[in-house]
Design a protein around this ligand. Structure first.
Ligand code: MN
Length: 189
């Protein structure tokens, strides 16, 4: 389990303590436990989770490893509302080069997240050619699988927002910018 850099109520009112207790404490814990059980005695037993996500065939090991990695990136990209700095340095330069502005990046990422049909993730990643990309991935998908470096993600499985926002996925997605820690995103770059 990744350690959180904030208390369970530290992301309120954007994400409630109750959602953290269920999403981090129960959903992610279940993926971690399932993965640990599934890899026992397999070639993946002592591999890093990124290696499992890149190499595992479609199926239970991939699904659980993908969800462990995706949620680790998700929960470690947040900070208390108002505490996140804006993108700096190389990240800021790439955002302007590839999207025109941070606002354009946000709109495209929101569109990817809101328009995704069913369960999955919207991703900002760095392509093998060095360009920032926004993509949609179904279920446990991660851009790592296609050779891109994952930088920022939005979870649009209903468990991510249903306690706080019910069916209002768009409201949830647009609120998330208040808690993004751009320094954490830059560190991944
Ligand atoms: Mn989730």
């Amino acid at each position: 389990m990744p350690k959180l850099g904030y208390p369970a109520n530290g992301l309120e009112p954007i994400i409630s303590a109750e959602t953290i207790e269920f999403h981090y404490g129960k959903h992610l814990q279940t993926y971690v436990t399932n993965l640990a059980n599934l890899i026992k005695g397999t070639e993946f037993e002592n591999r890093e989770v990124e290696e499992i996500v890149a190499a595992a065939p479609d199926g239970g090991i991939f699904n659980n490893a993908g969800q462990v990695l995706n949620h680790t990136l998700y929960f470690t990209q947040f900070t208390t509302p108002g505490q996140g700095s804006l993108p700096q340095g190389r990240l800021a330069e790439l955002i302007v080069r590839d999207f025109g502005s941070l606002d354009q990046l946000k709109r495209q990422m929101e569109e990817a997240a809101i328009g995704l049909f069913g369960s999955g993730w919207a991703w900002l990643s760095l392509s093998p050619e060095g360009r920032l990309l926004i993509t949609r991935e179904n279920n446990a998908g991660n851009p790592l699988r296609k050779g891109s470096k994952p930088l920022l993600c939005i979870d649009v499985w209903e468990h991510a927002y249903y306690i706080d926002y019910r069916n209002r996925r768009a409201d949830h997605v647009k609120q998330l910018w208040e808690i993004i820690d751009w320094q954490a995103v830059a560190d991944r770059l």
